[in-house]
Design a protein around this ligand. Structure first.
Ligand code: XMP
Length: 601
């Protein structure tokens, strides 16, 4: 029995979680592909079962994704999630209507009777909801198998046809027993558990050789987990002579980072790495740019410009040397890289010039179908050191995305939202102020660019989490909530004309170094998935700015929860940061993802 004959196909309707579903299925030991929603019937027949993903559309939209309805007639088990659930209901004769309110967040699911998909589970389950539309009447032959307070048809089944629909998302970790539900579905499909990283590694070398042919690979190596694993994998598959690593110091690295990467890789026998300092190329181009998407594009384009220049400097023929990148799955999906997905942000390795090179077959991305947790497992299989494999993820555009820039305009909150905000905050004993900037978030498969709110009140994590969720769920113009930890006296105001400058970068770099050293000293580093440190142009005076701490727990970065650092430790950390010249206040991000993203932009 080979892994492919036991595979599940995830039908992609463009939901941010579509790839997360595939990741979960693979983690359960079953190979899973993502395939487009209009895939040909012949391509569908190879699979043991199907999961229809969520998506940003409404089933009755005129521009809803095209869908091959034959999938409903193949006699194989089907599980529809969110949009997929609504689509199955609407296609087979049920009704879907726009909900009166959008529902985001945790809900209590009550199972009604016995269904094989809930086998072994208690009748009450915590699940994660994220939807606007709702299924109101079921097609013939379907029965309701669970509901929540706000959603009658939260889970449905056609027992004879082995078709299931969930309005909630079992694939996100906020659904406590989501993995058990998916495992039950795999049993219903009759899938053996055959897929693992050892097998993946065995086949990866062959796939790389086939794609590269008689060419070589010029790989960008930031020194983070992904690019180093890609480097090790390519070296192993092709041999050192056919791979050239290039580390570009873009001036947006952390303190002493380039030196650390060079030393580490030398020590571990990577002899084919060149280092270039291109700080000026990047910082010159970022002068006076404040739009986050524009910054991302400039950084992505400049990487390619420097890479091409270095290729020529090394006298290597561009036709003979493909571009290698450590791109992983979320980089593609969040850049709107699959057919039905909305653009959340452009990753540095998905700018148009690279898209063009990909179409021309000039790029190799050996990790492009893996998630971070899988890349780490692969890194361990390849024998890389624990400290490297478990380094916190760091975005390709580096501190560039953590240094918020601003022009002159100061965003304002409407009177209605202001009143709503005050009411929600005071109901739980907090006061709330909007910060005069905007930051990126993600809600219901779409990108948001909205206001952060700063809270003041008691240091009680449960109350803080509750008020944060109340605010982001109910105040439309807000996508993030932070807690004020310390600030110098004076009125908080917007710092106009804040751009990417060496001075601002050095304040941020210092704060980031203080935080990293602190996490290691207090043995918190391995407990936290990632802790961006962000500089925001907000201050009580004109000489200084504020720092935001963003520690999160996650397992694959598609969803995340803010991490609760104990308050006694936090006060020590805050004092250390406030002592850095140029810092006027410290905030702590208390927003989950969604609705906030991990990075601030
Ligand atoms: P967000 O901010 O979308 O981030 O919640 C999810 C994860 O992706 C990382 N990230 C990037 N990684 N290039 C990268 O290699 C990028 O352009 C980029 N932007 C975000 C982020 O640090 C987090 O781990």
């Amino acid at each position: 029995m080979d892994t492919a004959s036991q595979a599940i196909a995830v039908i992609d309707f463009g939901g941010q979680y579509a790839h997360l579903i595939a990741n979960r299925i693979r983690r359960l030991g079953v190979y899973s592909d993502i395939i487009p929603s209009d895939a040909q019937t012949n391509a569908l027949k190879a699979y043991k079962g199907f999961i229809l993903s969520g998506g940003p559309s409404s089933v009755y939209d005129t521009n809803a994704p095209a869908f091959n309805k034959e999938i409903l007639n193949l006699g194989k088990p089907l599980l529809g999630l969110c949009y997929g659930h609504q689509l199955i209901a609407a296609t087979l004769g049920g009704t879907v209507v726009p909900g009166s309110t959008r529902e985001y967040g945790k809900a209590q699911l009550r199972a009604l009777g016995q269904s094989p998909v809930f086998k072994g589970l208690e009748p009450i389950q915590t699940v994660w909801m994220s939807h606007g539309d709702t299924v109101t009447t079921l097609p013939e032959g379907f029965v309701r198998i669970a509901s929540t307070d706000h959603c009658d048809q939260a889970a449905v089944e056609h027992p004879g046809k082995r078709i299931f629909g969930f309005q909630f998302h079992p694939e996100v970790t906020h659904t406590t027993n989501g993995m058990a539900m998916l495992a039950n579905f795999l049993d219903i499909c009759g899938c053996g558990r055959l897929w693992n990283m050892k097998n993946y590694l065995r086949n990866a070398g062959e796939r790389i050789k086939e794609k590269v042919g008689d060419r070589n690979v010029f790989l960008l190596v930031s020194g983070g987990v992904d690019s180093t694993v890609a480097f090790a994998l390519l070296n192993r598959a092709l041999g050192e002579k056919r791979v050239q690593g290039l580390h570009i110091n873009n001036g947006l690295m952390r303190k002493d980072e380039t030196r650390g990467v060079e030393e580490y890789l030398k020590k571990h026998n990577f002899n084919n790495l060149k280092i270039v300092d291109a700080t000026h190329d990047f910082l010159d181009k970022l002068k006076d740019v404040y739009d986050p998407e524009k910054k991302r594009r400039i950084i992505g384009d400049t990487f390619i410009e420097v890479q091409r220049r270095e290729l020529l400097n090394l006298d290597l023929d561009p036709e003979q040397w493909m571009l290698g990148q450590g791109t992983i799955y979320p980089d593609t999906i969040e850049s709107g890289g699959t057919k039905n997905a909305a653009l959340i942000k452009t990753h540095h390795n998905r700018v148009p010039i690279i898209e063009q090179m990909i179409r021309e077959g000039k790029v190799i991305e050996p990790l492009a179908d893996l998630y971070k947790d899988e890349v780490r497992e692969l890194g361990e299989e390849l024998g890389l050191a624990h400290a490297l494999v478990w380094r916190h993820p760091f975005p390709g555009p580096g501190l560039g995305v953590r240094l918020l820039c601003s022009s002159e305009t100061i965003p304002e909150i409407s009177k209605h939202d202001r009143e709503n905000l005050d009411r929600l905050a005071s109901a739980r004993g907090f006061t709330a102020e909007t910060l005069p900037i905007k930051s990126v978030g993600v809600q219901g498969d779409f990108r948001t660019y909205a206001l952060p709110v700063a809270l003041k009140g008691s240091y009680d994590w449960d109350a803080i989490e509750a008020v944060s969720t109340d605010i982001t769920n109910n105040v439309k113009s807000v996508n993030r909530v932070v807690l004020g930890l310390a600030s110098k006296a004076g009125t908080i105001a917007h710092v106009a004309h804040a751009y990417t400058t060496p001075q601002r970068l050095s304040v941020l770099r210092e704060a980031d170094a203080v935080v990293t050293a602190f996490l290691q000293e207090k043995k918190l580093y391995d407990q936290i998935w990632q802790m961006p440190v962000v500089l925001i142009p907000v201050s009580s005076n004109t000489e200084e700015e504020s720092i935001v701490l963003r520690p999160v727990s996650s397992s694959e970065a598609m969803t995340a929860s803010f991490f609760r650092i104990p308050f006694d430790l936090l006060s020590e950390l805050t004092s250390r940061i406030m002592a850095i010249p140029g810092v006027s206040a410290v905030y702590y991000d208390v927003t989950h993802k969604p609705p906030g993203t991990i990075e601030w932009e």
